[in-house]
Design a protein around this ligand. Structure first.
Ligand SMILES: CC(=O)N[C@@H]1[C@@H](O)[C@H](O)[C@@H](COP(=O)(O)O)O[C@@H]1O
Length: 256
């Protein structure tokens, strides 16, 4: 019997023989979907008197939300931070491969690089949805170059920058544009960073704090200006200890 057309014309799919994550464990249950939305079977049967139009046998597979990878620098022989002519193909290859590992969307990430790398790579990749062809691209994650010299970690020192031209101008000179950018990692203790955080957030770009020697009040101010993420927590920031009230780490609780 088909779905109840008086409620909706959209077809209903029933996934059977699958395991779904509920209450912290995998449970054998059917899953009902209409128009991309999971349905409550009780409402479907008793209120709507609806039934599935299509049945899919999952043969014991797990149905779970996809992973979102917000920091991936490349893979499968591709380095996103290379200024090449076919950056789009590199991103597409990685998008296809990571789908096999359950990643359904991601942010191709560039480490601290000279301006010509951003100018070359960023325009070649557009934000797009995922599908059977590969994971969706949420936009670039630009990790640096506005980070702390002291906590540069593996990032090349010669390309680090400060907001010496006032903020937004430094961003534009360095990155060339922000159209395909989803996230920027920066150190909030750099002069001018607070207005940059506000400007980025107003453009819908997520600001992540990292590679930083920020103290508590600098991190707190960054959160107030819109920062909402921390890049590789514990790594490349001041250490935390019972007597150290300076670490950015303590502010991760505020961000949460
Ligand atoms: C503490 C530190 O410096 N961490 C960096 C990280 O910021 C960077 O994203 C990654 C790139 O790795 P890749 O160059 O091998 O892709 O390298 C290191 O893990």
């Amino acid at each position: 019997m088909p779905s109840n057309k008086s409620v909706s014309d959209a077809r209903i799919t029933q996934f059977i023989n699958c395991r779904i994550l509920r209450d912290h464990c995998l449970q054998r249950e059917d899953l009902w979907v209409r128009d991309g939305k999971i349905l409550d079977p009780e409402k479907l049967f008793f209120d709507e008197h609806g039934y599935a139009d299509k049945c899919v046998d999952c043969e014991g597979s797990i149905i779970a939300p996809g992973f979102i990878d917000v920091q991936i620098n490349g893979g499968y022989g591709i380095d996103f931070s290379q200024a090449c002519d076919d950056a789009g193909s590199g991103v597409s290859l990685v998008a296809k491969k990571i789908l096999e590992h359950g990643v359904t969307s991601f942010c191709p990430t560039l480490v601290t690089s000279p301006p010509h790398v951003y100018h070359k790579v960023l325009p070649q990749v557009k934000v797009h949805d995922g599908g059977a062809h590969g994971a969706g691209v949420l936009g670039f994650h630009l990790e640096g170059p506005f980070i702390s010299l002291e906590k540069k970690g593996a990032h090349p020192e010669q390309f680090l920058r400060t907001f010496s031209s006032g903020g937004l101008r430094d961003l534009m000179e360095t990155y060339g544009g922000l159209d395909s950018v989803a996230m920027v990692t920066l150190a909030p203790e750099l002069d001018g960073s607070q207005s940059v955080i506000r400007d980025l957030c107003q453009k819908g770009i997520t600001v992540s704090l990292g590679h930083s020697v920020a103290n508590m009040s600098q991190a707190e101010e960054a959160v107030q200006h819109g920062a909402s993420f921390i890049t590789h927590l514990f790594n490349a920031m001041l250490p935390v200890s019972p007597t150290n009230d300076k670490s950015l780490f303590k502010d991760s609780f505020l961000i949460k």
